[in-house]
Design a protein around this ligand. Structure first.
Ligand SMILES: *Cc1c(COP(=O)(O)O)cnc(C)c1O
Length: 407
């Protein structure tokens, strides 16, 4: 019997059922061969060709040939991610950086100009600060993306790309996506939006005019600190260009197993992001009221400079990351981080467990940050799914050990 997955349709089309129902059912199919109610993991690197290989149609399960280009689990995940982000199509990759690189590599040609938020995930900053200029001759301006006049002023005749993050890693400034889309489109440029910190249903950049939504699936989508992946979502023609250019020829493909794990993560994403956001809100409020803390950034706090922009765009919370600064000695901050018992010192975010990363930005890009983060470093808390009271008690106990009780 052939194991090719062919005809059985998804149980529900997005749009015919409520969001939460589709998060559960979307993309899952009963297996034609065994009847299993979960889509199996197809660990094959190639697929049986049709009798006449020249009739291959790359657009459906019947068109699977080679797993770098398309495997059954990738294809299912791509369809679900596209629907969740209100896009026509998606391409998935082995990591978030592979997905971001594929988008930039496809959009930009030698000599093109890019406007990039001066606060982004550090590897994105590195890509635009050194690799893309050195290897492709891309000209880059890093601008404060929340200053729309500065963004407009940076536009040049050869501007082809504006890139930002909805909530920026790590200082949590918030971009106005619709306004940036207007600026990009007036300039004939593409707006790419990294929505890793704000996956659906929190926010969907395509609904606000972004051309491509980018995700590190490693974070909230996977959600359990295990699989890595990345995705680009947008119009079919743009995604096909990215797939046939960067995915087929550069090859940052995801493994079927990781695609399956991330597919499983999509099911509980709305529940988890709600809890991440509620926990982060409670912790941000605790930190903001604590005299031992010099500065807190969290767009869910009414006093945060980005609060209005966040509430105008996000639905149901401000995400799970809280960044803060503690004045005083570097060594004390190191002790504080190591004294935490429930919270683990590690990079990454969007996991079930709370992670903390203390970074001291000596690099050039630190100049983009607000004074407290420049002066005292930045402690990024990737809030997990534990009980908020336990997390707050853990923070309070470590603060008390190092700095004494709150007055
Ligand atoms: C982690 C992250 C990335 C990179 O994703 P990987 O899966 O680690 O390659 C890109 N953008 C943001 C905002 C991130 O937090």
């Amino acid at each position: 019997m052939t194991t090719k997955q062919t005809s059985r349709p998804d149980k529900h089309d997005p749009g015919t059922v409520a969001d939460n129902t589709w998060f559960v059912h979307g993309g899952n199919r009963c297996d034609d061969t065994t009847g299993a109610i979960r889509t199996p993991i197809v660990m094959a690197n190639s697929y049986q060709l049709p009798e006449d290989p020249t009739t291959l149609d790359d657009s459906d399960y019947g068109g699977l040939v080679y797993t770098r280009e398309h495997g059954a689990n990738q294809l299912g995940l791509e369809r679900k991610l596209a629907a969740l982000d209100h896009g026509e199509a998606a391409a998935v990759f082995g990591t978030g950086m592979a997905a971001l690189h594929a988008a930039f590599f496809t959009i930009l040609n030698p000599g093109d100009h890019a406007i990039v938020s001066n606060v982004t995930y550090m590897r994105v900053w590195g890509l635009f600060d050194s690799l893309l200029p050195a290897k492709l001759g891309i000209v880059v301006d890093f601008v404060n993306i929340t200053d729309l006049d500065a963004v407009r002023a940076a536009v040049r005749p050869n501007t082809r790309l504006i890139h930002t993050e909805v909530i920026a890693n790590p200082d949590l400034r918030v971009s106005d996506i619709a306004a940036l889309a207007d600026i990009a489109h007036a300039a004939g440029a593409t707006l790419t939006v990294d929505a890793t910190f704000t996956p659906p249903p929190l926010f969907r950049p395509l609904d606000r005019g972004a051309d491509l939504t980018l995700h590190s699936l490693t974070k909230y989508y996977s959600g359990h600190g295990d699989a890595m992946g990345g995705a680009v979502v947008g119009a079919s023609a743009s995604i096909e260009a990215i797939r046939t250019g960067a995915l087929h020829h550069v090859g940052g493909a995801i493994s079927p197993f990781n695609a399956w794990l991330i597919m499983r993560g999509t099911i509980t994403l709305p529940l988890r992001i709600e809890r991440h956001s509620a926990n982060a809100q409670a912790i941000a409020e605790f930190l903001a009221a604590d005299p031992r803390i010099a500065h807190v950034a969290y767009p869910g706090l009414p006093g945060d400079p980005h609060h209005a922009r966040a509430s105008a765009q996000l639905r149901g919370g401000a995400g799970g990351v809280v960044s803060f600064a503690i004045a005083g000695l570097h060594q004390d901050r190191v002790r504080f981080v190591n004294d935490l018992r429930v919270i683990t010192s590690a990079v990454s975010l969007g996991h079930d467990e709370t992670l903390v990363a203390y970074e001291n930005y000596a690099e050039a890009r630190a100049s983009a940050f607000d004074a407290p983060f420049r002066d005292h470093g930045l402690i990024r808390l990737a809030v997990g799914l534990e009980a908020a009271d336990d997390l707050i008690a853990d923070l309070d106990a470590a603060l008390t050990t190092v700095y004494g009780p709150a007055e």
